[in-house]
Structures are given as structure tokens and as C-alpha cells.
Write a protein that binds this ligand. Structure first.
Ligand code: ADP
Ligand code: MG
Length: 249
């Protein structure tokens, strides 16, 4: 079968110019109406190129965010929250205006109350709106920071952490951070102060945060940075896990 030299040139230019949708023009041509004008075809190709770029960007953004699993706002059942968090408020947070306003969210509640679920769901929504998000388990981040410091890469990691539009710090709980770890985490939070949003999930009331950090002198400053113009969500309703188990039995 002979190869159409024009088709080959278009494919070559499409590759050179990084416009893959244009290489697929025979399909657009086939699907177009017989009376389609050149402008209609050109517009269709541009639309396809634009939407495939957006899709690729979204995929890249999602990969970079590092979510441990996929949870959505629609899957989040607000009915078992204790009334302190209204469904309307969750919808408002899902608009991600808090990220534009550089505000923080602190979710406090016992295990199984959907803190991680809601944090991921808000993070996914933010990604879909074009925000750069980073999801980090607090203990893992603390290890990463210590390793980066030991390998002279701390500056680079700190820049990555401060440049995201939204940093999710999950499970600031259980574990207690030694003096060095406390200081490194504190710097991450204070570097973002009023420059970018943070979502923190924890099972500890603020009054018990001194249990978390060996360096207790910076606890008040950390809480101060985190809670400035922020939403504190009391997530202590019925445990969703417990509720599902009871339903099944
Ligand atoms: P936490 O982080 O507060 O310990 P998780 O977010 O890990 O709790 O929730 C535990 C499990 O229960 C997850 O599978 C989560 O999807 C589910 N879950 C918790 N709360 C809700 C909720 N309000 N609506 C839907 N699923 C929920
Ligand atoms: Mg959790």
C-alpha cells in the first residue's frame, strides 16, 4: 500500500511540534459532516489537542500528589458526623475557595471518623481544579525530612513542600516527634504560613499536642500558624467503621 506523503509530513510535524491530536486528523475528517469547512476541522483538532493536554496534566498532577487511595466527596456520608460539621460546609470546602484564600483546615477526631477520606477527597477535587497538591503522612514526612537533611537535600525537599498549593499532612497522631523532627515539621508549616494551604488530620485535641512534640516550646507557635484563618473540623461523630460493622451484624 502506498504511503500518502502529505499524511506522513503531517505526522512528522505533529510529532515535532508535540501536537499528537493533529496526527489523528484522518479520524476527525472521517467523523466530520460532508459540508464541514476547513475552520471547523481546524477547530475540532485544536479542541482535541487542548483536552488531551488537560487530561495529561491532570494525570501528572494526581501522580505527583501521592494520594494513598481514591476517595471522593460524593462518597462521603455527612449524616454520621456529630452536627458540628454541616453537609453545606463540606460542599463549601469542596469549592476549594479555602486554597485560593490560603486558609488551612484542621480535622480533629478519633480513628475511623473519615478524616483521611475527607482530606483525600478535598485534595482530589483541588487537583481537578488545577491546584498542585501534596499528600503526606506526617510520620513518613518526618522521616523524609530527616533523611533529606542527612543527605544535604533538605533545601530541595522544603522547596517542593512549600511550593504546593495544598499540603495534606495526614495523621499527626500517635507518634511523638523528637526535637529535630519537631523542628523540621514546624519549619514546613511556618514556611507555608499565609502562602499556601495545609490540611492537618489528627486524633489529638490541641491541648494534647504537647504529647506529640518533644520540643514543646514551639507547639503554641505551630498551633498559632495552623489555626490562623482556618477551619477546625470536629470529626468526632460515630465511627464509620463501627457503624458499617454494626449494620452488617
Ligand atoms: P480516619 O482517618 O478518621 O481514621 P478514615 O478516613 O480512614 O478515618 O475512614 C476509615 C474508613 O471509613 C475509610 O474506608 C473511609 O472511606 C470510611 N469512612 C469514614 N467516614 C466516612 C464517611 N463519613 N462517609 C463515607 N465513608 C467513610
Ligand atoms: Mg486517617
Amino acid at each position: 500500500m502506498s504511503v500518502d506523503p502529505v499524511f506522513e509530513s503531517i505526522r512528522l510535524y505533529a510529532r515535532q511540534l508535540k501536537l499528537p491530536a493533529f496526527a489523528d486528523y484522518p479520524n476527525v475528517l472521517r467523523q466530520s459532516k460532508p459540508d464541514a469547512r476547513f475552520e471547523d476541522l481546524l477547530l475540532e483538532l485544536m479542541k482535541r489537542e487542548s483536552s488531551s493536554r488537560q487530561e495529561n496534566q491532570n494525570k501528572r498532577r494526581l501522580r505527583k500528589a501521592g494520594f494513598p487511595f481514591h476517595k471522593t466527596i460524593d462518597e462521603f456520608d455527612t449524616s454520621q458526623l456529630n452536627g458540628a460539621v454541616s453537609p453545606l460546609f463540606i460542599q463549601e470546602l469542596a469549592s476549594c475557595q479555602f486554597i485560593k484564600n490560603r486558609q488551612n483546615i484542621v480535622m480533629i477526631g478519633n480513628p475511623g471518623r473519615g478524616k483521611t477520606h475527607l482530606a483525600i477527597a478535598l485534595g482530589l477535587k483541588a487537583c481537578s481544579l488545577g491546584f498542585d497538591v501534596l499528600f503526606k503522612n506526617a510520620a513518613t514526612l518526618s522521616t523524609e525530612l530527616c533523611e533529606a537533611r542527612d543527605n544535604y537535600r533538605l533545601g530541595k525537599l522544603e522547596r517542593i513542600l512549600s511550593s504546593a498549593d495544598l499540603l495534606i499532612l495526614d495523621e499527626l497522631s500517635y507518634l511523638s516527634f523528637n526535637r529535630h523532627q519537631s523542628e523540621l515539621l514546624f519549619k514546613v508549616i511556618s514556611d507555608r504560613s499565609e502562602r499556601g494551604s495545609v490540611i492537618v488530620t489528627t486524633n489529638l485535641e490541641f491541648s494534647r499536642w504537647t504529647d506529640l512534640f518533644e520540643n514543646t516550646t514551639m507547639v503554641a507557635a505551630m498551633i498559632d500558624r495552623l489555626t490562623f484563618r482556618s477551619s477546625i473540623l470536629d470529626m468526632n461523630g460515630t465511627s464509620y467503621r463501627l457503624k458499617s460493622t454494626l449494620k452488617q451484624s
